[in-house]
Design a protein around this ligand. Structure first.
Ligand code: SAH
Length: 404
């Protein structure tokens, strides 16, 4: 008999609804002696089998579900084997294949953790290289097997691990990074996104190197009728994702602001790499809030402001403070826009859903005394799918607003 997690009476509903997380509070007891990362069965209080999961006693999310009892066809109680992992990876690759990125987009997400049925595993593709993040003990324990499978199924030149994320500490894991299979990537690897050229540093860049989740939004904002000839304030510019798209449509002067000097250096290189000379652009290293206040105090005005801040809310406790941060930021940005200008504003905090974010931007507009119309809702791209039964997988949301 394998180890089992027995739920409290009446706590099976989320599991039946195929939510992949089992929290400590829902658990009555653990039968057997599962080690961190081991497979466990999930069962109701009266012993009915519900799902297979991997276990971690160190995390509040005590178990992450891999397979559920198939309710209609059969009661499949076989625990997941290597075939399971191969099947899930194959399905994830197939989805990306069906998105038909074509040869002008060589960087995209291959595996989006829970949303691809692979809790705790992120894999991004950058040309011939893969970058993986192992966020949980269950994935850490199976890392060698997953690397083998990725090498076999995606035939990369090299696989880099970027598990240097603080979330690992909640799982009792150290941060780690390095080349784990095949060749090391060049310091600056060139990738294409919608035909635009970008240099990416896979070992030192943020996340896995690039904010792939903004691809579709960069393309939306980078349409000539929105951006051509316009002055742009690109706040939280990183390596110039939005700036490169804007420059491609002959935007007016672009001011890029970011806290990271390395990111801005790469942003400038990316503009040059695409063949443009833009002496009118600026790259300003500093705090976004201070920069926005400076422009407000000095009466600067822009046609387009982009706000793509880092995650402000890391847990439920942060939501209030984060909401204030988003409001301040949007309030400042709204005051810098010329009448008829565009605000592209984002939040990548999973804890702040699209409804709440809309309310925050609404109250910023009221306080700034500006009318704003939402032209378009913006989301993470389709290579970052959202699992219907797991709303937590919807994290990036934004609005494209016309401001009067
Ligand atoms: N828009 C970018 C991604 C932005 S990610 C793209 O399309 O690629 C968020 C960026 O905010 C990071 O580059 C980080 O360095 C920067 N950042 C974080 N805190 C900041 C602050 N207080 N002021 C300015 N930049 C900040």
């Amino acid at each position: 008999m394998s180890a089992a997690i027995i739920l409290k009476r009446g706590r099976e509903k989320p599991v039946l609804n195929r939510h992949p997380w089992v929290f400590s509070g829902a658990i009555d007891r653990v039968d057997g002696r599962p080690q961190p990362g081991d497979l466990v069965q999930i069962a109701t209080h009266d012993g009915r089998f519900l799902a297979h999961a991997y276990f971690n006693p160190h995390s509040q999310i005590r178990a992450r579900i891999l397979t559920w009892r198939v309710r209609i066809l059969s009661w499949d109680e076989t625990p997941p084997t290597k075939t399971f992992w191969r099947g899930k990876l194959t399905r994830a690759l197939k989805l990306r294949h069906s998105l038909s990125f074509g040869s002008d987009t060589t960087a995209y997400r291959l595996v989006n953790a829970e949303a691809d049925g692979l809790p705790g595993l992120i894999v991004d593709k950058y040309g011939d290289f893969l970058v993986m993040q192992c966020l949980t003990m269950g994935i850490e324990k199976r890392k060698a097997m997953l690397i083998d499978l990725l090498a076999e199924l995606a035939t990369p030149r090299g696989i880099i691990e970027r598990s240097d994320v603080s979330a690992r500490r909640q799982e009792g894991l150290e941060e780690t990074k390095g080349v784990v299979w095949g060749d090391a990537p060049p310091d600056e690897l060139e990738v294409l996104e919608n035909g635009r050229r970008f240099l990416v540093n896979l070992l030192a860049g943020h996340k896995t190197g690039f904010y792939l989740d903004q691809r579709e939004n960069r393309a939306i904002l980078g349409q000539s009728h929105f951006i051509s000839g316009k002055s742009v304030l690109n706040v939280f510019a990183y390596t110039g994702g939005f700036a490169v798209y804007a420059a491609a449509q002959t935007a007016g002067p672009i001011i890029n602001i970011d806290a990271s000097a390395e990111a801005l250096t790469l942003a400038e290189k990316n503009i040059a790499l695409n063949g443009w000379e833009r002496p009118q652009d600026e790259y300003i290293q500093g705090n976004a809030f201070e920069a926005l206040r400076y422009y407000r105090d000095n009466g600067h005005q822009f046609d387009v402001v982009i706000l793509d801040p880092p995650k402000f809310a890391h847990s439920r406790r942060d939501v209030k403070k984060a909401s204030r941060g988003y409001k301040d930021l949007n309030w400042l940005a709204l005051r810098l826009l010329r009448p008829g200008g565009l605000l592209a504003t984002f939040s990548c905090s999973g804890r702040i859903d699209a409804d709440l974010f809309q309310k925050i931007v609404f109250s910023a507009a009221v306080d700034a005394g500006r009318d704003a119309q939402i032209l378009q809702h913006l989301w993470q791209g389709p290579d970052h799918p959202i699992l219907l039964t797991f709303p937590e997988s919807a994290y990036l949301k934004g609005f494209l607003c016309r401001v009067w």
